[in-house]
Design a protein around this ligand. Sequence first.
Ligand SMILES: Nc1ncnc2c1ncn2[C@@H]1O[C@H](COP(=O)(O)OP(=O)(O)OP(=O)(O)O)[C@@H](O)[C@H]1O
Ligand SMILES: [Mg+2]
Length: 497
Amino acid sequence: MTMNRSPASLGGSPAAKVPGETKTRVDSTPSRKRSRSDRASESPIKDQQPAKRRSPRRWNGDREENCIGKHNGSLANGKQLGSPKSPRKRLFGPSNQKPMWNPRDPAQMQAAKQALHLATPPANVVCREVEQKKVIDFCKACIQQSKAGSLYVCGCPGTGKTLSIGKVQEHLLVWSKEEEIQSPDILTINCTSLTSTTEIFGKMLVKFRPSSKITKNFSPLQHLQKIFSQKGQSSGRMMLIVADEMDYLITKDSSVLHDLFMLTTLPFSRCILIGIANAIDLADRFLPKLESLNCKPVVITFRAYSKDQILKILQQRLMVLGCDIFQSAALEFCARKVAAASGDIRRALDICRSAIEVLEAELKDPTEEKETEIVSFDHMDIAISKSCKSPLVNIIRSLPQHQQVIMCSLVRLFRQHKNSTTLGELKRSYLDICKSTQIRPIGMTEFADMCRALADQGLLELGNSRKDRSKKIKLKVDVSDITFAFKGIRFFQNCLE
Ligand SMILES: Nc1ncnc2c1ncn2[C@@H]1O[C@H](COP(=O)(O)OP(=O)(O)OP(=O)(O)O)[C@@H](O)[C@H]1O
Ligand SMILES: [Mg+2]
């Protein structure tokens, strides 16, 4: 019987800290994901004043539109950085002369923000070489020996798990071509996109056996089990399944997770399964049966990024610009703060982009005394304050998730230049979001209670009409504060779209 392969070199390293807890679902429908805002609020960056503050600078509040809203689509194509018409080329100039940084040039500003944008894939995934090698070695061993196996990749949010496993896939395809080995058939699934947990088996079957006839007598899982249990049923090609955000597959009885991992233990299995999630103990807690069968997946832990790693990643991403646009003390300050709080690189990238916008706003303001043309310690300090110390942003980030969805519904309504709405209209906008994000909506009474709770916190104003539905609602905070609070959190980005 083919069991899980665990090459000796692949021991799981102990985790530095306990990443986000996992959720158990009672049915087979994915429940809401534990939001990144919950996580963010768990690790507020500690207040630390810089040694010296010079001129206070005006803050330009519409940063969200500047760096995410407008440019998201184009940024998704990393190739743009190198294209002849790209801001980068203009930054470098036609010859090989040293690039001149001109912060008043919108194209250069844009290129700088782009280099730090989450959607811009870095040329190299620095600081994750060891983890990537472990995964690559594991997969290569499986492919070379035509043996099934499973890996579980875990770690805190923003530690490069998804990015690294994406690079591993690219590497394996290049390697198999070079070695003239049949490349694995790869299926990458973000489990948050599944409408039911068992849908993963349907996707696997369609990918690996498109010709398989789905009969009423057999579920996709049973088909897969059959294929992997009988000699000659599966093709010779290895299958690499990457199940990202795997905690979405946790059900009350853990049967989906269990069945998924068990597929790699069947005698003629060809599956290499890589599960990715935040919880370090997902396998221990939810797959005790696998352990008793000695089929526990190999665990690879991504530790939170340290200060030096964050600094290196930022410097590496900025290298594409060819000139210094941050004072080194500013970058170090950001790296130190983020490492002390969470080690989430998304946070560091967001703060650096915000710091560029602080400089941008300062240069546009004729009343400001201009001390520097590059992002200074002071600019960074303002960006960090805005991101981490704003009580309003913190309040929004620590609201219960349904209240956060209500805040997103308000943004959607008030973006349309409205001054007020009614509770009934807000409920409709909220229901739209629930539908598109597949979360279970709350009833009208609970909804009205939540709006009252938001009003009590000063986030909105609720009218006195006797009927709940007709109650007038006014937003008491800036739309940009709400979008800023949810910046970089995929779930809420979807809600806001
Ligand atoms: N080593 C790195 N070098 C450059 N950029 C990085 C690195 N690690 C992460 N990033 C950036 O941070 C973003 C988030 O990383 P990634 O999605 O891999 O995190 P994750 O660990 O999967 O987080 P989550 O648990 O929230 O899914 C990436 O899209 C990338 O832009
Ligand atoms: Mg991820």
